[in-house]
Every structure is written in structure tokens, then in C-alpha cells.
Ligand binder design. Structure first.
Ligand SMILES: Nc1nc2c(c(=O)[nH]1)N[C@H]1C(S)=C(S)[C@@H](COP(=O)(O)O)O[C@H]1N2
Ligand SMILES: [Mo]
Length: 441
């Protein structure tokens, strides 16, 4: 039996009274009550509360799948804890990206670093820094050891590097047919400065067996399903990447505690590779005598076909390979897309360029859809695996609509494609040129 509902009635009241009618009004169809109840799982509520920095008194009345307005619109009074101006793509788990113009700083401020969660972060209040430990273990670790955070800080030399972290799926939203997963546009990248111990120093202190080939991390976050003992993600890197001097076990970002949503109080950072290898809320590292086999190590996660495939192709899992270094890419961070600019004045254009494990050799900028390009000034990176600043000035011949495109070239001569590159089933590695709109009047 359906009740007649006055149109002025708020959804909250309607839900309390007749959830089915409320669902019909909101979604235009019946919603399986199980789906709605599914939203009320403890894990979701914890994630939501953490995201909003407040509890949700009417959580039991929220429709399943609803993204709270506080998160969907960044000008609302609530934001992600410690974040500002990010666009929320998903609330379960929390995933949020940074608009390009907020990435203009040389060193990404903490509040502008994107958030990519595969699971539910450990409860903020439950993080006991004084008793936080990191265990180094695994079949190729000679002397398995557990360190407290204080011991790590005391025993090992501190190093600071600015490191670019980009999600393997950054740019996924442009693939056709679309790939499932967070629909990142351009904002799942950041380059803050990290301080910590070298992963190599810590591993060496625990003894690395001759047969070591890989490391794998574990963090304190939990699986979205709530299943106990099931990791949301446990990835790693080949031992050669782990032993690079820039690979850090970091306890600070930009000279302060790592933000809660970015892995407080301890995280791994292996710059230049898919962000997924940089484990957050780090508790354990295994030294492996085989490729690590933790959650999301197997294809198709963070993997692409070994050969080019036509869009939409179903690729056998045995034909995938794990992504290592990320491809060359750039982002225009000034001006903001959509500005109006006076004719006769030259326009400063700037941004960053990066190339995974490599350096960027050149950046070119176009204001005529790629017909001509002018070289930008390109700064050296402050250290290996940091992004590089590019700047240039553009003059416009007449009033009208322009697009500014930027194209970086790595030091092995590979350039960014102007269109979306090789489609792949999971939508990784889109390094197409970034473009912004400018209206000249
Ligand atoms: N423990 C843990 N570590 C993690 C993840 C996670 O969900 N849990 N996400 C990974 C992925 S896919 C990315 S892209 C980066 C993102 O780091 P950020 O959220 O600090 O920006 O963290 C990686 N480390
Ligand atoms: Mo990622």
C-alpha cells in the first residue's frame, strides 16, 4: 500500500514514514531494501564519519548510494578532514581528486594532496602513535624485526625528498568504452616533500637474503566488506625499486605529520610508480623471494595488456603485466581553465611535468590545437622523482576561444600523446596532453 505524500515533505521525513515511496521519489524506482541497509554497514558509517569529521545523526535515514552534499560540493561547510577544495569521486571508500589550479604550488600542500582509499582507514581516534609498530618480515628477511615509530626515527638517518605520487588510474574518465573504477580526471597526482628513513636502510638492518626479489606492504586499513583479516590492498615493488635511495618509510610530509587520509602516522613512498605501491598506515613489510602476491597484485589490478588492444577487448588475465614506472605527463596549473584574458597582454602559463622514474627533457605549449608548439622553460627537479616546473608566456593574435595544450617529453624521447593513448580494460596510464580553455577578449 502506498501512502499519498505531500510534495513539500522532506525526504528524511518521507524515509521515516515510507522508505519505498521515498526511494521512488528519489530514484524514480523501487530500491531493494537490502541495498539501502547495505549502506548502513559499520564500515560505511565509519568512512563517512571520518570523511565529514562529524557523526551523522540521521545516518539510518540516508538513501543508499547518496553522496552527501557536503562532499559533493566543496563550498559546503564540511570537507574531508585536513583537505580543501578537493572533488569527491566516491565516498565508499573515500576517493577525492584535486582540481588542476590547486596543484600550482611547487611542493603540494597537505590540504591539496588527493586521497585514494581502497578500504576503510583505521579510526583516527584509535591511532596510537606511541605504540605504532612496523614489522619487517618475510621469507627473504634474515632477522625479522619490529620497530616502534620512535625507534625508526632514532635509529635511522632521516632523508627528505620531494616525490611525485600519481594513481595508476589518473585520467581514467577519458577512456571509451569507460573502465570501471574511480573516474579520475587529472587530479590524482601530487608532489609533496616526504621525510623518513630509507626503505633500504631499514631492510638492510634486518638482513636481506640473496634470493630477495620483491617487497610487499601491509597497512592498518580494513576491507570495505568488513571481512576480518582481509586486506583492502597489499602491493609492493621489485627489490631494485625498494633499494633506490628515494624509496622512503615516511613519517612526515612537508615537515609535519602525514595527513590522516594520506596514511598517518607512517607510509611507504616509492615515487614515480603507480601510487598504489606507496602503502599508507604502514604496519608490515615483507621481503619476498617471489613476486609479492598480496591483494591487488594480481591482474587485472594495476596491470595492462602486454600488447595494444582495440577498445573494449576482453583480455585474458595471463596477458597482463604489472605497471612499473608511470609514463611522461604534465599538468597546466596556471591559469585556471575558463579564464578571460585581455587581448594584447601576454599570458603566463605554468605547470608541472613528470615522467615516472625518468626526468622530463622538454615541455612544449600550444595555443592552436597543436598546429604549432613553443618550448616552455623547464626547471630541473629538486631531486630525482620530483616533478619539474615549466613556465612560458603566450600571445594571442585575436579575440576568441583558445585552448592551451602542454606536452612533455621524457629524457628517452617519449612524448605525451595528444589524444587518449592505448585503451586498456582497467583504464590505467592515460597520459594524454592536458588542455585548458582561455577566452581572449
Ligand atoms: N594502506 C593503503 N595504502 C594505499 C592505498 C590504500 O587504499 N590503503 N591506496 C593506494 C593507492 S591506489 C594510491 S594511488 C595511493 C594514494 O595515496 P594518497 O591517498 O595519499 O593520495 O595510496 C596507495 N596506498
Ligand atoms: Mo591508485
Amino acid at each position: 500500500m502506498t501512502k499519498k505524500t505531500p510534495p513539500t515533505r522532506g525526504l528524511h521525513e518521507l524515509y521515516a514514514e515510507d522508505p519505498t515511496a521515498a526511494d521512488r521519489r528519489l530514484w524514480g524506482r523501487e530500491v531493494d531494501p537490502l541495498t539501502r541497509r547495505g549502506f548502513l554497514q559499520r564500515s560505511s558509517l565509519l568512512a563517512m564519519a571520518a570523511a565529514l569529521g562529524a557523526s551523522i545523526p540521521f545516518a539510518d535515514k540516508m538513501p543508499g548510494g547518496l553522496i552527501p552534499a557536503a562532499l559533493a560540493q566543496s563550498d559546503e561547510p564540511f570537507t574531508l578532514v585536513g583537505k580543501e577544495g578537493l572533488t569527491v569521486l566516491n565516498d565508499r571508500p573515500i576517493n577525492a581528486e584535486t582540481p588542476p589550479h590547486l596543484l600550482d604550488d611547487d611542493i603540494t600542500p597537505a590540504k591539496y594532496m588527493f586521497v585514494r582509499n581502497n578500504g576503510i582507514p583505521p579510526e583516527a581516534q584509535g591511532i596510537d602513535v606511541a605504540n605504532w609498530t612496523l614489522s619487517i618480515e618475510g621469507e627473504s628477511c634474515l632477522t625479522p624485526t619490529t620497530f616502534t615509530l620512535a625507534e625508526l626515527k632514532e635509529r635511522f638517518t632521516q632523508h627528505t625528498y620531494q616525490l611525485q605520487v600519481e594513481c595508476g588510474g589518473n585520467g581514467r574518465s577519458e577512456f571509451v568504452p569507460s573502465a570501471s573504477g574511480n573516474q579520475w580526471t587529472t587530479g590524482a597526482v601530487a608532489c609533496p616533500s616526504f621525510t623518513g628513513a630509507r626503505l633500504s636502510d631499514v631492510l638492510e638492518a634486518c638482513g636481506i637474503a640473496d634470493d630477495a626479489v620483491y617487497i610487499g606492504y601491509y597497512g592498518a586499513d580494513t576491507h570495505p566488506s568488513g571481512a576480518p583479516g582481509k586486506e583492502p590492498i597489499s602491493r609492493g615493488v621489485p627489490i631494485y625499486k625498494a633499494m633506490e635511495k628515494e624509496s622512503l618509510i615516511a613519517w612526515a610530509m612537508n615537515g609535519e605529520d602525514i595527513p590522516y587520509l594520506n596514511g598517518y602516522p607512517l607510509r611507504l613512498v616509492c615515487g614515480g610508480w603507480p601510487g598504489s605501491v606507496s602503502g599508507k598506515w604502514l604496519t608490515r613489510i615483507l621481503v619476498r623471494n617471489q613476486k609479492h602476491d598480496g591483494a591487488k597484485m594480481a591482474a587485472p589490478s594495476y596491470s595492462v595488456p602486454r600488447y595494444p588492444v582495440a577498445p573494449g577487448t576482453e583480455v585474458p588475465l595471463s596477458d597482463f603485466e604489472t605497471i612499473h614506472s608511470m609514463p611522461v605527463k604534465s599538468l597546466i596549473t596556471f591559469p585556471r581553465s575558463g579564464i578571460t584574458h585581455p587581448l594584447g597582454e601576454s599570458l603566463e602559463v605554468r605547470g608541472h611535468a613528470w615522467a615516472g622514474d625518468l626526468a622530463v627533457r622538454e615541455v612544449h605549449v600550444s595555443h592552436d590545437f597543436g598546429a604549432t608548439w613553443q618550448p616552455a622553460e623547464l626547471r630541473d627537479a629538486p631531486n630525482r622523482l620530483a616533478w619539474q616546473r615549466f613556465t612560458t608566456r603566450l600571445d594571442f593574435p585575436e579575440p576568441g576561444y583558445y585552448e592551451i595544450w602542454a606536452m612533455a617529453v621524457d629524457d628517452e624521447g617519449r612524448a605525451q600523446p595528444m589524444v587518449v593513448p592505448g585503451w586498456n580494460p582497467k583504464g590505467y596510464l592515460n597520459n594524454a596532453c592536458h588542455r585548458i580553455a582561455v577566452q581572449v577578449v
